[in-house]
Ligand binder design. Sequence first.
Ligand SMILES: NC(=O)c1ccc[n+]([C@@H]2O[C@H](COP(=O)([O-])OP(=O)(O)OC[C@H]3O[C@@H](n4cnc5c(N)ncnc54)[C@H](OP(=O)(O)O)[C@@H]3O)[C@@H](O)[C@H]2O)c1
Length: 329
Amino acid sequence: MAAKLMHAVQYERYGGGPDGLKHVEVPIPVPKKSEVLIRIEAVSINPVDWKIQKGEIKPIFPRKFPHIPGTDLAGEVVEVGPGVRNFATGDKVVAMLNHLYGGGLAEFAVVKESAMAKRPDELSAAETAALPVAALTALQALTQSAGIKLDGSSPQANILITAASGGVGHYAVQLAKLGNAHVTATCGARNIEFIKSLGADEVIDYRTPEGTALQSPSGKKYDAVIHCATGIPWSTFEPQLSSKGKVIDLTPGFGAMLTFAFKMLTLSNKRLVPLLMSFKAENLEYLLKLMKEGKLKTVVDSKYPLSRAEEAWARSISGHATGKIIVEP
Ligand SMILES: NC(=O)c1ccc[n+]([C@@H]2O[C@H](COP(=O)([O-])OP(=O)(O)OC[C@H]3O[C@@H](n4cnc5c(N)ncnc54)[C@H](OP(=O)(O)O)[C@@H]3O)[C@@H](O)[C@H]2O)c1
């Protein structure tokens, strides 16, 4: 019997940007052991998706062409494979696919049951599809790398969040406030009031001299920087750090890796810490719980139907999203 087909968006080689994305009809994948088939309701775009297409992470990603990009999705379980224990047909879920294989820009995707969480009824597909890469990264940076306890039981830390208006940054501001931190944030002038509304104590326009120097308006030195922007050298951070301050770098380039090694070898108190998000289902469940309790929200920059996925792609490449970009099949 011929396999049933679905609409998907894929690319066949490195490069090409939005024009490299092609709309195709491909077979609906079949769930294997411990996997489920999800009918996708929303998928969010992350910068890593188009960085993979650009070849910035080759030869690790993608594993092979053609590649359907996108990893963060929300939808409904429509079929379960053998051995699935915790999910059933009809469950609303949030999931993260593996960057090696992608599969998100499509009507259906197969997901390992270990890579998903149940979605509370009161939360929408769009606001929860936005969570996996961006919010899990913000959570890991704050709790694991910066040592902030989100129940507010750690002593107040001074935290700087760069690019606070982006996907990761807007979650980091909210989570840092849950952790009782004093938050200084950088963003463009148009987003200052928005970032204050998320709870930031001080917000600086990154295009002003104070913003370029990352200077806290009240003269605070930072115990940790959740560095979501790119292209800021260590020499800019160092004078703004407290005696044991850390820069948690989400996009470490060659220079940052050299600084990381040098600071380690010289036993410096001030450190650069490269971060690579590692998925944990319990962390996704925790974020969904915070969202359900009204303690965390997703700000949606823009939504596109799957038929216009290339516009979502271009929007992310522009680097000017405020919050998250969503595609809805
Ligand atoms: N290591 C990991 O595991 C991991 C995980 C997730 C993300 N990342 C990386 O983290 C970075 C941030 O990701 P994201 O999803 O948050 O990006 P994003 O949503 O595309 O960020 C866009 C936002 O950044 C702001 N921005 C850009 N340059 C800035 C600067 N110098 N200072 C202040 N704000 C600035 C823009 O503001 P304007 O429009 O006003 O310019 C825009 O609102 C990316 O490089 C991504 O690849 C790494």
